[in-house]
Design a protein around this ligand. Sequence first.
Ligand code: 5GP
Length: 190
Amino acid sequence: MQLMEEKILAEGQILPGGILKVGSFLNQQIDTDFLRAMGQEIARLFSGSGVTKILTIEASGIAIAAAAAMELGVPMLFAKTDRTTNVDGSVCSTVVRSFTHGTDYTVVVSRDYLRPEDTVLLVDDFLANGAALRGLVALCEQAGAAVAGAAIAIEKAFQGGGDTLRRSGVRVESLAVIESMEDGKLSFRH
Ligand code: 5GP
């Protein structure tokens, strides 16, 4: 998505540890016209895939997931980062390693909302090592739901998660794919 690349080049800040900051349009302040355009692009990519629900992780995936869900006309569901344990089997839960904090956290979603009959599109803001997406795939497996694929705003290809997921058979579509971010210079994969 050309506009995504332009936004990253104009407003993104490269931080140590291979982190890109996009607080001006996606992660803190949200450019709402651009958010709508992202939702439309995701809906275009996955129209005809039989998606019945969109699944993301709170909190940074919620805005883009909601934008895509509105365009596809399906509900948006977010996994909560609660420590609630699965005592009665009414939730699906898994542990995810946070890329930005380096710690493990539990993500939980109710079986009332993630159903065996669902075909799920996974959505997130960033894809780095792929831990967050693998966690979402695991939640769908526990629920018995099908995964239509994953739509990501910004994939950092040099951290490998996207290509590993593609090799495992998941359809991963990223609106921008950063090939490298070395010495303050960004290059994109096309
Ligand atoms: P992964 O689980 O694929 O290693 O990392 C993806 C998750 O980490 C995303 O949900 C996102 O919140 C966070 N993340 C990874 N890399 C970045 C980054 O460069 N910038 C920001 N803002 N978040 C990131």
